[in-house]
Design a protein around this ligand. Sequence first.
Ligand SMILES: [Zn+2]
Length: 285
Amino acid sequence: MGFLSNDIEVVESCPWCGDTNYDLWGNKVRGFQAVKCHECGLIYIYNRLNLDGLAKYYENYLSQIHQSDSKANEHREKMYELEYVLIKPYVIKSGRVFDVGCSGGYFLDLFHKKGFSCYGVEFGKEAAAEASKKHQVWQGDFSEISFSEKFDLIIFRGVIEHIPNPKAYLDKALSLLKQNGVVFITSTPDALAFCCQLFKEKWNQHEPEEHLMHFTPRHFDEYFINNGLEKLLEEHLYEETPYVDIENDILKVSDAIRMKRKGEKISFRSPAFWGNMLSLAYKKA
Ligand SMILES: [Zn+2]
């Protein structure tokens, strides 16, 4: 996919805390440079796709990227089960679940099967149309849509790192949460991961067209605790996932450490590893 200069915007201040001081982080990938905020430590893409660029990127995202590989789909199904098990103890059976960035509604399918009422919003037109066949789904920018109802569980699965202005989405989620409702952020890259720090732009989560920033758990802890929510869980799924290959993963990481020690550039992408992927939940107490 080719992007033009008018598909790109320069992010002049940290999209999380607004600070304008940063250090360059890693090397450019396909022309995209990441930087790290001095104030809050957020790693973000400095010259990222703007709304036009993102619209272009997500137009055929479902069929071309998300659903293009049946093995990947099978793995994702397994992840849905694991992530459902994480959040299940904290939610009311048969409650109302809202999935932000619900893609084709696949994670919601599982909640539907378990007896929940399912709702979602999706930016990609193709994915939203697919999800709408099964659940009540809105298409567009979550922060700009008005909803008349409130929800017991609001999910951001592999989503918040895609959002140009993440706090607008989180604020919106808080406004839609029932008393005792839960926000579940899951399958989000964790910038504290050892592989993130070692591999930098070769980290397997560094996809600058779509992952516009890399958070640490502290970003979310501060945000939700400042808004009066209580933290329920923090997990990093790895050993139980379909992506694990422990011995080979460790060998790859040790090869990368050797390259770094010799002052060489790491020449391959990181494997799945402990700490890469974050799951968090907070409750409106
Ligand atoms: Zn910042």
